[in-house]
Write a protein that binds this ligand. Structure first.
Ligand SMILES: Cc1cc2nc3c(=O)[nH]c(=O)nc-3n(C[C@H](O)[C@H](O)[C@H](O)COP(=O)(O)OP(=O)(O)OC[C@H]3O[C@@H](n4cnc5c(N)ncnc54)[C@H](O)[C@@H]3O)c2cc1C
Length: 359
């Protein structure tokens, strides 16, 4: 079987059935599934071989990221969720931080990434208030971050402070912030946290530039994963439309239901084409800002739209606990805000295109 088929089968057979357990943050269930992934030879596929990964290149990984991401938990279960940190550390970290790489790829530790802050627009990271002051012993960090995914279990957090990025191992979790009822997001505090000099990534003041390189790949992967989830909602909607009888005929025979199916398929196929365009440029290391802006908005809107249509076709059952639609719809709603609010991508992309026309 091709690796794509094996990943797809693994996620469907092992991850989909226990998503509600994983949504509660169950470490035991996550550990069990990770053991299965290792035994199946599917662990950490896009991570470098010398760190214990599968060594897949970006293009190969992109081709299976949609299947892996058809569950929000797929990347974590299959050990690829740390890809962005690993690539960032390999490029910008000093030896002390590189020590984290092996345990990270082995799944022994996890990290999180903290840019967004309470009281400040996350769409304007340059306005972040967390400070880093250089002392003889290291950098003194002070501030609060929130919606820091996975910080509750993290061994370290990469923090944007005073325009630089630091890897801090000492931080306080203030509270968990449920997102539409789901676990996984946290508010954290850095209160006179001393970070060694060699835990700075890149050079002083390079934080936003490094964040930009990370975001290009991060957004592309997120789009692929959202498409995997949208396809899943679409399949559910189509099955329901063909099976459900209303007043003597299948829902599939109703034109208004056909419209939901058509619009959803159109959105998925269009967003996929845009995402693959972006992915190709990202894999080639080329400037993909316009393509990523288009793909991000298209993929987020698509997941939101398709989940909404599927819930409508399911009726009340689509809002209850017997299908994954509420979970997928929650992710689709958040998608329009995270990784840069859609409006920010619309403005930035349009401005960039208009600038090239003017010159
Ligand atoms: C589930 C989830 C996980 C997250 N994980 C992380 C994480 O791990 N690390 C992290 O640092 N952050 C994380 N975030 C935060 C996320 O990155 C921010 O929510 C995002 O950058 C938007 O920032 P904000 O929420 O402060 O909204 P704001 O920047 O205050 O924007 C609010 C609204 O203003 C409007 N707006 C913003 N910019 C423009 C514009 N240019 N033009 C027109 N309108 C505009 C939009 O309607 C936007 O939705 C996460 C968020 C969610 C929901």
């Amino acid at each position: 079987m091709l690796v794509l088929e094996r990943v797809s089968a693994f996620v469907r057979e092992h991850v989909w059935p226990v998503e509600t357990v994983l949504d509660t943050g169950s470490n035991a269930e996550l550990a069990r599934l990770r053991g299965l992934a290792r035994s199946a030879g599917l662990w950490a596929l896009p991570l470098p071989r010398n760190l214990g990964g599968g060594g897949l290149g970006l293009t190969e990984y992109f081709s299976l990221a949609e299947q892996e991401g058809s569950s929000d938990h797929g990347p974590s279960v299959l050990g690829s969720a740390c890809l962005l940190d690993v690539r960032m550390f390999r490029r910008f970290a000093r030896p002390a931080v590189m020590e984290l790489l092996k345990p990270l790829v082995a799944g022994e530790i996890s990290g999180s990434y903290a840019m967004t802050e309470p009281g400040v627009a996350g769409s304007d990271p340059a306005a972040a208030r967390t400070t880093a002051v250089r002392t003889s012993d290291g950098w003194l960090l002070n501030g609060r971050k929130w919606f820091t995914s996975g910080a509750g279990n993290a061994s370290y957090v990469t923090v944007l402070a005073s325009g630089s990025l630091f890897v801090a191992t000492d931080f306080r979790v203030v509270r968990e912030i449920p997102v539409l009822g789901a676990a996984g997001q946290f508010e954290i505090e850095l209160d006179d946290v001393l970070v060694p000099h060699d835990h700075l990534l890149g050079d002083v003041g390079e934080g936003l530039r490094i964040a930009g390189t990370r975001l290009a790949l991060g957004r592309t992967l997120r789009c692929l994963r959202w498409l995997g989830m949208a396809e899943r909602a679409f399949d559910l909607m189509c099955s329901r439309a063909t099976e459900r009888q209303v007043r003597g005929s299948a829902l599939a025979d109703r034109q208004l239901v056909q419209q939901h199916v058509f619009e959803s398929l159109l959105a998925i196929r269009s967003a996929r084409a845009l995402t693959h365009q972006a992915a190709e440029l990202v894999a080639a290391g080329q400037d993909a800002r316009t393509e990523i802006g288009l793909a991000k908005v298209a993929a987020a809107r698509t997941l939101h739209q398709v989940c909404d249509a599927a819930i409508q076709v399911f009726g009340a059952e689509g809002l209850g606990p017997d299908t994954p639609l509420p979970m997928l719809a929650r992710i689709g709603r958040a998608a329009r805000i995270l990784d840069g609010a859609d409006e920010m991508h619309v403005s930035d992309t349009a401005r960039r295109v208009l600038r090239t026309r003017a010159s």
